[in-house]
Design a protein around this ligand. Structure first.
Ligand code: NAD
Ligand code: 89Y
Length: 338
């Protein structure tokens, strides 16, 4: 498969490294309006550089594009790729509004191609070990879950827009752990949320606490914070606590998976540090390559990826609901997004 990357910024470097490990895939072209980023990435990964996505799509014979720009450009770029008739991967947050997201899904549907949102947290190997155990019925039928991400890590130096965007933690990070809650417990019936800004130097909220009632009967608490100074610093680990009618599961700090049923089973589910990866990001970096491999497997098998555009509408709807609930203190009933 021949692919092209759009957006050669901070996170795209992980995506480019990830693709080098996927057999049968080559990123032949990259595109960025910033000449330095474009040329460095093209040289590092032996790809042809372009300043404009439209120019690249016209010149190259591609199977797919991998969009790694920030959210404001996602809709025009996804629609451009749909018009060019290629499969599309788009980074999270997929869209700024539900209206944009629905239009993007419809555009790729109309082209007959596949759209996957790069929603990678559910593919982190430690998180996936927990998802597999829960889906496999190891702790019976779950009735309570906590999906938690609390950190004081400085994410602003690598991603300065996170400090200036009006929306911060739910749109940037909460979106991932809301998606993990969906992967663990299924669709959501109601959601309520509170938010706070603790760090006075940023514009958006850096703490959010969400209460979800799932249609499966599970109640989950999904909480995230970038204002939590504690040791050990767990960035970027998602911690889990799940109660089922036959036992409990915890994903504790340090990638320790604890399952208590008749007895106790403790597994080290720490991700490998891939040759191009670095701590503490190795967890996220490995999941990039795993979701890319999933995309390629799905393309070869002719099936939809787990985090297809259609699927991601449900995660995005939870983000929107959380902001609405926090603003007016309401409890939001979730409707099917389509
Ligand atoms: P960034 O600002 O460092 O990079 C974005 C790049 O896109 C810039 O170089 C910019 O010049 C380029 N760009 C923007 N619009 C363009 C256009 N129309 N055509 C060509 N190039 C264009 O951003 P980042 O920190 O790398 O984040 C990118 C996305 O990745 C964001 O949506 C972010 O939320 C997401 N992200 C995801 C994860 C994850 O784990 N999934 C982690 C970090 C960031
Ligand atoms: O942008 C965010 C993401 O998707 O994962 C972690 C992050 O880089 C900072 O919150």
């Amino acid at each position: 498969m021949k692919g092209a990357l759009i957006g050669c910024g901070f996170f795209a470097q992980n995506q480019m490294h990830g693709w080098t490990g996927i057999e049968g895939v080559k990123i032949v072209a990259v595109c960025d309006r910033d000449p330095a980023r474009r040329d460095e990435t093209a040289a590092r990964f032996d790809a042809r550089p372009y300043a404009e996505a439209a120019e690249m799509l016209a010149a190259e014979d591609l199977d797919f594009v991998d969009i790694a720009t920030t959210v404001a450009s996602h809709r025009p770029l996804v629609e451009l790729a749909a018009r060019a008739g290629v499969h599309v991967i788009c980074q999270k947050p997929f869209a700024e509004t539900m209206e944009d997201a629905r239009a993007m899904v419809a555009a790729v549907d109309a082209s007959g191609k596949t759209l996957m949102v790069h929603e990678n947290f559910r593919w982190q190997s430690a998180v996936r070990a927990a998802i597999d155990a829960v889906r496999g019925g190891v702790i019976g039928t779950p009735f309570f879950g906590r999906v938690s991400f609390r950190s004081g890590y400085d994410v602003f130096s690598g991603q300065p827009y996170l400090a200036t965007d009006p929306r911060f933690i739910i749109q940037d990070l909460g979106i991932h752990i809301l998606d993990v809650a969906r992967a663990l417990f299924g669709d959501v019936a109601t959601l309520s949320a509170t938010t706070r800004r603790i760090n006075p130097a940023i514009r958006g909220e850096d703490v959010a606490t969400m209460l979800l009632e799932h249609t499966s009967g599970v109640t989950s608490v999904v909480d995230c914070s970038y204002a939590t100074r504690r040791q050990p610093e767990t960035f970027p680990e998602t911690l889990l606590e799940i109660d089922g009618d036959r036992g409990t599961l915890r994903l504790d700090a340090g990638y320790r998976l604890v399952i208590q049923t008749e007895g106790e089973q403790v597994r080290d589910v720490a991700p490998p540090v891939l040759p191009w990866a670095e701590r503490p990001w190795h967890n996220i970096q490995e999941s990039v390559q795993i979701i890319q491999a999933h995309f390629v497997d799905c393309m070869r098998a002719g099936v939809q990826p787990e985090t297809s555009g259609h699927d991601n509408l449900k995660t995005l709807a939870l983000v929107e609901a959380a902001y609405r609930s926090a603003a007016d203190r309401s409890r939001i009933g979730m409707q099917a997004p389509e």
